[in-house]
Design a protein around this ligand. Structure first.
Ligand SMILES: Cc1cc2nc3c(=O)[nH]c(=O)nc-3n(C[C@H](O)[C@H](O)[C@H](O)COP(=O)(O)OP(=O)(O)OC[C@H]3O[C@@H](n4cnc5c(N)ncnc54)[C@H](O)[C@@H]3O)c2cc1C
Ligand code: FES
Length: 243
């Protein structure tokens, strides 16, 4: 897998999350991801593996990542002035022009791919609503980057008290549902989606290689067996997943 070294041009905080911007030639499809690590890691082998992140936004010149510091890999990335990225990876959201309304649902850092997805839907003239759910007020600060979005927090400090699904008045009124977040949230979205609605889910499996060679990221599929979420995903049709 080829990594490109890119300077971080801008770093900003979005509540408890970090947004990094860097120049990137593209193309990028909404829902595709990048394997990223702080520059210098191959020499130090710390950490040994790059980490997967959704493209948060891409305007044809500038790419950005939105992430939460969880462990060693993200802590180093948060402090990096130069990062190494391999991208674009995986299969993103399937988006087509449509006169029917779509809904975008994000949970926690799973809101990341909704920004670039919303941009694409705008370009295609697809009207859509966005709902984002967070644990608390500190993480919900990231909602400010989604003007007009419905917000839910688990502690009730901002918006609707509950999950992102609690904030959606009528899920059945949308023809297409796009969602990204922790797998239990995605499973709940799949259960809540009505017949006739198209539903695409971006799964958050842990990844080792990001290029299909380690089988560390598999998800169970209907009919039996597993597929690799880094190559066949991370976006899957909800009905294909055996959840
Ligand atoms: C396709 C894809 C897109 C992603 N996009 C984003 C994004 O846009 N922004 C973002 O902040 N994160 C995203 N993630 C999750 C991100 O990759 C992990 O948070 C990151 O790898 C943690 O690395 P670390 O070294 O800091 O933590 P580690 O030390 O590796 O782990 C710290 C803690 O985080 C948990 N963790 C690690 N990876 C995951 C994971 N994939 N899912 C759930 N829990 C995990 C571990 O179980 C552990 O408890 C994405 C994951 C995938 C698969
Ligand atoms: S992360 Fe290695 S096969 Fe998917």
């Amino acid at each position: 897998m080829k990594f490109y070294s890119v300077p971080v041009v801008e770093r900003e905080e979005s509540g408890r999350y970090t947004v990094l911007r860097y120049r990137w030639p593209g193309p990028v499809e909404p829902g595709q991801f990048v394997m990223a690590r702080a520059a210098g890691c191959p020499a130090t082998l710390d950490p040994f593996l790059a980490r997967p992140f959704s493209f948060y936004d891409y305007d044809g010149e500038w790419a950005s990542l939105l992430f939460e510091v969880r462990g060693r890999g993200t802590a180093l990335l948060d402090a990096a002035r130069k990062i190494e990225v391999s991208a674009p990876l995986g299969r993103g959201f399937r988006v087509e022009p449509s006169s029917e309304r779509a809904v975008l649902l994000g949970g926690g850092v799973g809101v990341a791919p909704l920004k670039i997805l919303g941009r694409r839907l705008e370009e295609l003239g697809v009207s859509h609503d966005v709902f984002v759910g967070f644990a608390d007020g500190a993480t919900a600060a990231a909602a400010s980057d989604f003007p007009g979005a419905g917000v839910a927090t688990m502690d009730g400090s901002v918006g609707t008290h509950g999950t992102v699904l609690d904030a959606v008045p009528d899920l059945g009124s949308y023809a297409t549902v796009y969602a990204c977040g922790p797998n239990p949230m995605l499973a709940a979205v799949k259960r809540a989606v009505g017949e006739g609605e198209l539903c695409q889910l971006s799964v958050e499996e842990r990844m080792g290689c990001g290029n299909g060679s380690c089988n560390g990221c598999v998800v169970p599929v209907l009919g039996g067996g597993y597929v690799r979420s880094c190559v066949e995903g991370p976006v899957f049709s909800a009905e294909a997943l055996a959840w």
